[in-house]
Design a protein around this ligand. Structure first.
Ligand SMILES: NC(=O)c1ccc[n+]([C@@H]2O[C@H](COP(=O)([O-])OP(=O)(O)OC[C@H]3O[C@@H](n4cnc5c(N)ncnc54)[C@H](OP(=O)(O)O)[C@@H]3O)[C@@H](O)[C@H]2O)c1
Length: 334
């Protein structure tokens, strides 16, 4: 008979139905946590159904309705939790005419809203905030020979000028979180994933996995703009969040990225691996600075990150299983 994992206590995950949060909840349940997940649309079976299928969910998952834009909305969810993983933040795959209302306010004000709820919770030990590598690399004043690390911050002026709303929202939200937590003595650790690749538990694809599906089907537009990019396996990102929470010595920001490569190099790896897919071979060049990431701080947490090949293999298998790609793609080159 399978043994029940030993209980690790109660934690909260915001935006539970999302791509990354769902995988984080899967990992938290497997390691024995009781998890309170927040969702906006708790009755929507299509959005939350996959969470109830996770191992341990029936016994140790509890869902609560909460919205980033409703003050005090997270009070109930975080109360009694020793850890709060704040992952909810808008990731839009489409242009918006209202960046303030659709992206910036939910990200920045929403983060402060969650932190104010955390402040009311006497059981709180640590908050782990899902930030993004876009809070580090959106700048044009660095030496490309020196890999970017956690000491780097994206330029607010550049993000505003180029209308890179997502990077701006994540940069301002993380900065606001640090300021609030320092003032209010909350133990905060932030995880900065690069582009997250891997299986999707939600049946509807999030914007980044939809971009990957587009690429595998021959679309060039999104990855032309993504240009040079860091990539990381979703399971490694989830494990990094848990290590950032559990490790007593974890402090500050953690860049979480396996490999940084140009879009041309990425498609050459993918086209060789999946010859039956109409993967584009080349992209129109966009003017972007060359960069690498220095992830030595992350490596101190003790996790070995999966390769580009492994992350895409898991992603392609999941897209095929979910019916987004036909089974012929499973015939790989080797
Ligand atoms: N995917 C990547 O490559 C990547 C890379 C670096 C960092 N991240 C970060 O990872 C986190 C999760 O992103 P994801 O890729 O998993 O995207 P996702 O599936 O779109 O998840 C975003 C989550 O945020 C929630 N959310 C958005 N606005 C909200 C609001 N007003 N109130 C409550 N919840 C709200 C969404 O809730 P609903 O389900 O109700 O819409 C959803 O659960 C984000 O913080 C993102 O910035 C992602």
């Amino acid at each position: 008979m399978d043994r029940m994992p030993e209980s690790k206590g109660k934690v909260c995950v915001t935006g539970a139905a999302g791509f990354l949060a769902s995988w984080l909840i899967k990992r938290l349940l497997l390691s024995g946590y009781h998890v309170t997940g927040t969702v906006r649309d708790i009755e929507n079976v299509k959005k939350v159904g996959h969470l109830w299928k996770l191992e341990g969910a029936k016994e140790r998952l509890f869902l609560v309705r909460a919205d980033l834009m409703v003050e005090g909305s997270f009070d109930e969810a975080v109360m009694g939790c020793s850890g709060v993983f704040h992952t909810a933040s808008p990731v839009l795959g489409r242009p918006t005419s209202d960046p303030k209302g659709e992206i910036l306010q939910p990200a920045i004000d929403g983060t402060l809203n969650v932190l104010r709820s955390c402040q009311k919770n006497p059981s709180l030990k640590r908050v782990v905030l899902t930030s993004s590598s876009s809070t580090v690399r959106a700048r044009d004043d660095f030496d490309p020979r020196v890999p970017l690390d956690e000491s780097s911050w994206s330029s607010v002026e550049l993000c505003e000028r180029l209308k890179i709303w997502y990077a701006l929202s994540k940069t301002l939200a993380e900065r606001a979180a640090w300021e609030f937590c320092e003032e209010n003595k909350i133990d905060l650790v932030t995880v900065l994933p690069s582009f997250v690749i891997g299986p999707s538990l939600p049946p509807d694809l999030c914007s980044t996995t939809a971009d990957v599906l587009g690429l595998l089907k021959g679309e060039t537009e999104k990855f032309k703009w993504h240009g040079r990019m860091g990539y990381v396996h979703i399971d490694d990102v989830a494990l990094c969040h848990i290590l950032a929470y559990e490790s007593e010595t974890a402090r500050g920001r953690y860049l979480c990225s396996s490999t940084v490569i140009d879009n041309d190099e990425l498609v050459s790896i993918l086209a060789a691996r999946y010859p039956s897919l109409p993967i584009p071979r080349r992209f129109e060049k966009v003017d972007r600075p060359y960069y690498e990431f220095n992830t030595s701080k992350f490596k101190e947490l003790g996790l070995k990150l999966r390769s580009i090949e492994e992350m895409f293999e898991d992603c392609v298998a999941s897209l095929t299983e979910q019916g987004y790609l036909t089974t012929s793609v499973l015939k790989t080159a080797d």
